[in-house]
Design a protein around this ligand. Structure first.
Ligand code: P1T
Length: 391
């Protein structure tokens, strides 16, 4: 099951679900196993010094279970090369160190995932890579935050976590490229099923595969996908040099999840639409934030660049922080917990949980905000649970 970059890449023009299920792996030559075996091996016998079988030498550099996942990730993002990491933040760290050097500058979203902000503010900054937050929905503001010659990356999430702000990927790619920078898109919230940033001009896609790609809340992981082979070499070198790779067990679980991404995402979207219809206009709710609502400021851009609007909803409640905390605690079908993108519905209070690390900064989120990751349970049960939890 040796893979080459050609096996990984865009030569595979089958439909999304076919790629998700078949790309990256041919049934095992010896046994015909239809799924990639979990190669629990740190090293590989060499046929004479340097006589590697299929290029495998040591599992930090390459492991066949990970290779299969990496090929599938490249295929579903319509990229050339995919790289699988131990977590989303490990993937992000590898991008920062592979593509910036001390003295460089990055524009980041002013409502990024709290952990991404922390990585830039508490880790990359010490390494010498500076950052400026800018609103991803405002192309001119992002352009104004770029420092020509110094800015190496324009980094966006779209939709953002947790405010579900939409950035226009095509326009932001132009802003980045005009300044000689690269556009990095964190595609975690959309998933590759709903949005493929490389096809819209982005240079680098990053994921927390912990979320929709894995899809079952049973594994932490990250991914990077690129088209440009020089970028691939730089990411690949740093993946090996820094070593934050996905292990074979994690790679297997993530790959298994990816195969059902399309059907899961459609159900996530169906259920989210039902929940939005219930929340929107309810007097206990002061604002519903969902890119599928015509009233969302990014609705038109989202409709252009996303297949559907996703499974994430944020909303604000009348009654402030105490009510928001109480709703989170009263919900039963929605499990109170961090993370998102799994089959089970989750509810959380970003201000005190996922985004506690941005408290007191420009990125602070409203304290009456609740975030839902709408799962694929029976929609009626989800609506009834929220109705009860709202009190
Ligand atoms: O948790 P990890 O796999 O390291 O991924 C980090 C990450 C990166 N990008 C986005 C958009 C994310 O949402 C995350 C992780 N987010 C959560 C854990 C959360 O509950 O929002």
């Amino acid at each position: 099951m040796t893979q080459t970059s050609a096996d990984q890449g865009r030569a595979n023009k089958a439909g999304f679900e076919t790629r998700a299920i078949h790309a990256g792996y041919e049934p095992d030559a010896m046994t015909g196993a239809v799924n990639p075996p979990i190669y629990a091996s740190s090293t590989y016998k060499q046929d004479g010094v340097g006589g590697l079988r299929g290029g495998y030498e040591y599992s930090r550099s390459g492991n066949p279970t990970r290779t299969a996942l990496e090929g599938a990730l490249a295929a579903v993002e319509d990229g050339e090369r995919g790289f699988a990491f131990a977590s989303g933040l490990a993937a992000e760290d590898t991008i920062i160190r592979a593509l910036t050097a001390p003295g460089d500058h990055v524009v980041i979203p002013d409502d990024a995932y709290g952990g991404t902000y922390r990585l830039f503010d508490k880790v990359a900054k010490l390494w010498g890579t500076a950052h400026s937050p800018a609103p991803v929905a405002d192309v001119d503001a992002v352009a104004a935050a770029v420092e020509p010659g110094r800015t190496k990356l324009v980094w966006v999430e779209t939709p953002t976590n947790p405010m579900l702000t939409i950035g226009d990927i095509e326009a932001l790619a132009t802003v980045a490229h005009d300044a000689g920078a690269l556009l990095v898109v964190d595609n975690t919230f959309a998933s590759p099923y709903l949005q493929q940033p490389l096809t819209l001009g982005a240079d680098v896609v990053v994921h927390s595969t912990t979320k929709y790609v894995g899809g079952h809340s049973d594994v932490v992981g990250g991914a990077v996908v690129v088209r440009d082979l020089d970028l691939a070499d730089r990411i690949g070198f740093h993946q090996n040099a820094m070593g934050a790779v996905a292990g074979p067990f994690d790679a297997f679980l993530t790959h298994r999840g990816l195969k059902t991404l399309g059907v899961r995402m459609d159900r996530h979207c169906d259920n989210a639409e039902r929940v939005v219809a219930f929340l929107d206009g309810d007097p206990r709710v002061t604002e519903v934030i969902y890119p599928g609502l015509a009233s969302h400021p990014g609705h038109e851009v989202a409709a252009r660049q996303m297949k559907r609007f996703g499974g994430m909803i944020s909303f604000r409640v009348a009654g402030g922080v105490e009510t928001a905390l109480a709703v989170c605690e009263r919900a039963e079908v929605f499990t109170l917990g961090e993370s998102l993108g799994g089959v089970e519905s989750l509810i959380e209070h970003p201000g005190r949980m996922t985004h506690a690390s941005v408290a007191g900064t420009d990125l602070e989120v409203p304290d009456d905000l609740i975030r839902l990751s709408v799962g694929i349970e029976t929609a009626d049960d989800l609506v009834a649970d929220l109705d009860r939890a709202l009190g």
